[in-house]
Design a protein. Structure first.
Length: 287
């Protein structure tokens, strides 16, 4: 008789925490209820000062905590966790934002997606807003090299089953990506030169250029609290860093003739978003 646990690939789940104790504890609590058995969890703490490390170790003694002496940001912290996973025999690696909660079957669905086809290098789930749990935040990612923009498919739409089919996508959100060990060893870790944002799209682009698929798996569901470390869903800090990272991404991968178009359209799109942010902020202050 085959042991069902040993037959499952060993998955390491990597969370990065920076002064997000309550979010990380809630995420770990939800992970404790998942149906998949063969997994380990690594929390990489980016020099927190809010008592995150002793709180995690006390509440979840089976979780490995790696203490960084400073904030290595998302890419740096995630890479330390991924490297630990590789060094300890991970067959698949899941990167997961600490400000999420998960459906009990999410990991089983993602693993099944990877196992279904050796050409699938990475898989990502359907992601909802935490405070509006039936509203979609991510049902796949698309990229336009002409406008220099990236787009979450289905964002802000109520879930009516319109994105219940698995399909290939341009990128999976770094909020939650399951990757094969062999793919990570082939394309490398996240690019830490991205200060903030877009390192996930860059990682996925390298996988696609290596000839592998990125697949959206709607049977896997998680809920996301938006941009907690960046000051909320919309902030100047977030908008500035997204613009700079997007420009780096498109500068790296766009063809020469797309360079004639995308910088100007990118400025136009981001300028509109900035004006909308200003208008929304003023409305909130006067409302």
């Amino acid at each position: 008789m085959i042991d069902p646990i040993s037959a499952e690939p060993l998955v390491y789940i990597v969370l990065v925490n920076w002064n997000g104790k309550d979010y990380t504890l809630a995420c770990l609590q939800s992970l404790g209820a998942i149906s998949y058995a063969n997994y380990r969890i690594v929390v990489v703490d980016n020099g927190s000062s809010d008592g995150s490390v002793p709180a995690v170790r006390s509440a979840f003694p089976a979780v490995t905590v790696l203490e960084m002496q400073r904030n290595l940001r998302f890419a740096g912290g995630t890479n330390r966790g991924i490297q630990y996973a590789l060094d300890h025999g991970a067959e698949q690696i899941l990167i997961l934002n600490n400000d999420t909660t998960v459906d009990p079957g999410f990991l089983r669905a993602l693993v099944a997606c990877l196992q279904s086809d050796p050409r699938v290098g990475m898989a990502g789930p359907k992601i909802y807003y935490q405070d509006d749990p039936d509203r979609i935040w991510f049902a796949g990612g698309s990229v336009s090299f002409w406008t220099g923009t990236m787009h979450h498919i289905g964002i802000r739409e109520a879930d009516r089953g319109q994105y219940d089919g698995a399909r290939d996508i341009a990128y999976a959100s770094g909020c939650c990506i399951l990757a094969r060990r062999s793919i990570v060893e082939m394309v490398g870790l996240l690019d830490e030169s991205f200060f903030m944002y877009t390192e996930d799209a860059d990682w996925c682009m390298r996988v696609r250029r290596a000839g592998y698929r990125i697949v959206y798996e709607p049977g896997a569901k998680i809920w996301h609290k938006l941009s907690v470390s960046a000051g909320g869903h919309l902030s100047w800090y977030k908008m500035k860093n997204k613009f700079l990272s997007n420009f780096r991404f498109f500068g790296r991968y766009a063809r020469w003739y797309q360079w004639l178009v995308f910088p100007w359209l990118n400025l136009l799109v981001n300028g509109y978003a900035g004006l909308r942010f200003i208008a929304d902020t003023r409305l909130r202050r006067t409302g």
